[in-house]
Design a protein around this ligand. Structure first.
Ligand code: ADP
Ligand code: MG
Length: 313
């Protein structure tokens, strides 16, 4: 392709909300063999919503939600935000001290309702822990709970499995070394996700999903979207290793992601594509930015490259 053709293609991309950082990135996209998608915020809308909260301890609902929201209040994780929002809604609209009617969707803060928290820390890929009332609080996945030596009773495990098989993420809460409850979080697929996966398949591109979430939820989501190859329970540092494992055969690998966790993988990929609504760190690490947050633009990007660099004229 001539420099003019590259310039034109870059302009066409930009007009469609596909920002391409340089001619090399434009050229590489035509040869992509694998597209590895992050799950949360990339294949899914990234709008996590708590759908259920089941309490297994001697606590009422208000107390349980107050505890969990207090623990998660200083976490930036999308799951944490969903939990805090759920607790906020309960506090203002459903709880015993509800002050608002349901039509008034006010964004009042619950900070005054929350407990004091000490020694908060986030454990990437696992969850968070802190102390409330001098008692240890853990909020996160199975790994977080079991690594702390807290056992998960069979009825809790069964409830988790039920959530996960319906593509939801189960979040466990432990208080004072006992399992206190489980929250179920749903994050719907983007509308175009399945069509894009199918389209890539027709173009001879193999799709893969990588996530820090658990295997059962990951498989359920992958089934819905039509991806066969799933890598789950991948720690943040592991996503780049997944990319590298696909590069071993010398084939070109694209990574599509939105999170801080995805940035090493976006940088490691031959073609890194960041979702425009994603974090700045992901956008910086990527070669392409998909400004419309629409996965169809993965196909647009590959098509544009193929058309620009096609050897057949
Ligand atoms: P992803 O690749 O899906 O973005 P992360 O590595 O951010 O995943 O997190 C992996 C898992 O760790 C989550 O699915 C969740 O179970 C748990 N987790 C991480 N942070 C939190 C948090 N603040 N609260 C509860 N659970 C969390
Ligand atoms: Mg993500």
């Amino acid at each position: 392709a001539t420099p003019t053709a590259v310039m034109v293609a870059t302009g066409v991309g930009a007009n469609n909300g596909v920002l391409i950082k340089g001619g090399d990135a434009l050229e590489r996209a035509q040869m992509i063999k694998y597209v590895i998608f992050d799950k949360t915020g990339t294949l899914t809308q990234g709008k996590a919503t708590v759908t259920t909260a089941k309490i297994f301890a001697a606590m009422d609902r208000g107390e349980f939600l107050r505890l969990v929201a207090s623990a998660e209040a200083s976490s930036e994780h999308p799951l944490a935000k969903a939990i805090v929002e759920y607790a906020r809604h309960f506090h203002f609209f459903d709880g015993p001290s509800a002050t608002k009617d349901a039509d008034n969707n006010s964004k009042d803060s619950i900070s005054g309702w929350l407990f004091d928290v000490s020694e908060f820390s986030a454990l990437p890929g696992r969850g968070i822990h802190c102390f409330i009332h001098g008692k240890h609080v853990l909020v996160g996945n199975r790994k977080l709970i079991t690594e702390s030596g807290i056992s998960i009773p069979a009825n809790v495990e069964n409830f988790l499995i039920e959530l996960e098989e319906s593509a939801k993420t189960g979040i466990l809460v432990a208080y004072d070394n006992n399992l206190a409850g489980v929250l179920g979080v749903a994050d719907p697929l983007k509308r175009e996700a399945a069509v894009v996966v199918e389209g890539l398949g027709k173009m001879g591109v193999t799709t893969v999903m990588v996530t820090g979430d658990n295997w059962r939820t990951a498989r359920a989501v992958a089934n819905e979207v039509g991806i066969q190859d799933v890598r789950a329970e991948v720690m943040p540092a592991g996503k780049a290793e997944v990319v590298q494992s696909f590069q071993k055969g010398g084939e070109l690998v694209a990574m599509v992601g939105d999170g801080i966790n995805d940035s090493p993988a976006l940088a490691a990929a031959d073609v890194g594509m960041a979702i425009g609504a994603g974090t700045d760190i992901a956008i910086e690490a990527a070669d392409y930015v998909l400004m419309r947050n629409n996965l169809e633009d993965v196909i647009t990007a590959i098509d544009l490259s193929r058309k620009t660099f096609s050897r057949i004229r």
